[in-house]
Design a binder for this molecule. Structure first.
Ligand SMILES: Nc1ncnc2c1ncn2[C@@H]1O[C@H](COP(=O)(O)OP(=O)(O)OP(=O)(O)O)[C@@H](O)[C@H]1O
Length: 272
C-alpha cells in the first residue's frame, strides 16, 4: 500500500477555488475549500445540490483545473490524471460492445500494461461477479454493472478511490448491498476513499468522516467524525446516535442554503 510520508495527508486540498466562465458571467463553484484526508480514511462529502461536490472531486482527480489553490497527493501537487487515483461515477460507463473481461482490460490496453489477473479474479470473486467475464453490459443488472465498474477502478490498484454518487441510480436495497460491499472491500484492502453522496445515511454508514459543504460557492461548513466500529451493522444504523447525527447533518445542509458562514465544528459519535 502506497502512502505519503508521515508529515503529509494523503490528499490535501488547499484554498481550492473554481470559477466557471459561462455565457451569463462567472460562476464561483468552489470558494477557498480546504480539506485534509489521511491515508486509508473513508471520507464522504455531502451538501446541497450544486454546491460544488463534483467540481471538488474532479479537481482531486486531476480532470478539472482549479482557478486557484491546489490539491496535493502524497505532498505533490496534482496537475492531471494520476495513476494512483481511481474514479467511479454514477453511471457504470461500461463499453457496451465489450464483455466484462474486455471492459476491465480496457484501461490496461490504453496504458499498454499487463493486468494482474489474480488480483482481478480476486476482485470479481469479492463482488460476486466470478464467472460473468463473458457477459456484455446489457446482460448485467444496474448493480452488477456498478460492481464491474468498481472492479475496473480497483484493478489498477489505486491508492485513492474517488466515487461520485456511485449508487445514486440504484434501488435502496441494492444500494445498501453496495455500501456493505464497499466496506468489505475496504476492510480487505484499505484504500483512501472520497465518496460523494446525497444520502446522509449512506455517508454515515461508510465514512470515518463526513464533510458538509455549504451552498454554492462551496466551502467546508462542518465536519463530523463517525467512530462506530466496523463492520457496521444494521443495528448500529438503527441507534439513536445515528438518528441524531443524521438529523444534525440534514439541518446543516438545509441551514447552509441560507447561511454560508458557519464556523467549522467537529462532532464525534462514540463507537458502540
Ligand atoms: N462545466 C461547467 N460549466 C459551467 N458551470 C458548471 C460546470 N460544471 C458545474 N457547473 C456549475 O457549478 C456549480 C457546482 O456544480 P457541481 O456539479 O460541482 O455541484 P454538485 O454539488 O456536485 O451538484 P449535484 O449535487 O446537483 O450533483 C453548479 O452551479 C453547476 O451548475
Amino acid at each position: 500500500m502506497k502512502t505519503g510520508p508521515a508529515s503529509h495527508p494523503k490528499l490535501a486540498v488547499r484554498e481550492a477555488s473554481k470559477v466557471y466562465r459561462t455565457a451569463s458571467g462567472d460562476l464561483v463553484a468552489l470558494d477557498r475549500c480546504s480539506i485534509d484526508i489521511q491515508a486509508n480514511q473513508i471520507v464522504s462529502i455531502v451538501g446541497p445540490s450544486g454546491c460544488g461536490k463534483t467540481t471538488l472531486l474532479w479537481s482531486m482527480s486531476g480532470l478539472h483545473r482549479l482557478s486557484s489553490g491546489e490539491i496535493r497527493l502524497d505532498g505533490k501537487v496534482i496537475t492531471g490524471p494520476h495513476p494512483d487515483i481511481g474514479l467511479v461515477f454514477q453511471e457504470a460507463n461500461l463499453l457496451p460492445w465489450r464483455n466484462l473481461d474486455a471492459n476491465i482490460a480496457f484501461p490496461f490496453e490504453i496504458k499498454s500494461t499487463r493486468p494482474d489477473r489474480a488480483w482481478i479474479d480476486h476482485l470479481l470473486q469479492r463482488v460476486g461477479l466470478a464467472g460473468f467475464g463473458g457477459k456484455f453490459p446489457r446482460e448485467l443488472s444496474g448493480g452488477m454493472q456498478q460492481r464491474a465498474s468498481i472492479v475496473r477502478a480497483l484493478s489498477l490498484k489505486p491508492s485513492v478511490l474517488l466515487m461520485d454518487e456511485p449508487f445514486g441510480a440504484l434501488d435502496s436495497f441494492t444500494r445498501e448491498e453496495m455500501n456493505r460491499l464497499v466496506e468489505e472491500i475496504w476492510l480487505d484492502r484499505p484504500t483512501t476513499i472520497v465518496f460523494i453522496t446525497h444520502s446522509i445515511e449512506e455517508a454515515i454508514f461508510l465514512s470515518d468522516r463526513v464533510i458538509v459543504m455549504s451552498a454554492r460557492p462551496g466551502r467546508v461548513a462542518k465536519e463530523y467524525e463517525v467512530l462506530f466500529a466496523r463492520p457496521r451493522s444494521l443495528e448500529i444504523m438503527a441507534t439513536k446516535e445515528v438518528f441524531d447525527l443524521q438529523n444534525a447533518i440534514k439541518l446543516d445542509i438545509v441551514g447552509g442554503r441560507t447561511s454560508q458562514k458557519q464556523a467549522p465544528l467537529r462532532s464525534a459519535v462514540a463507537g458502540s
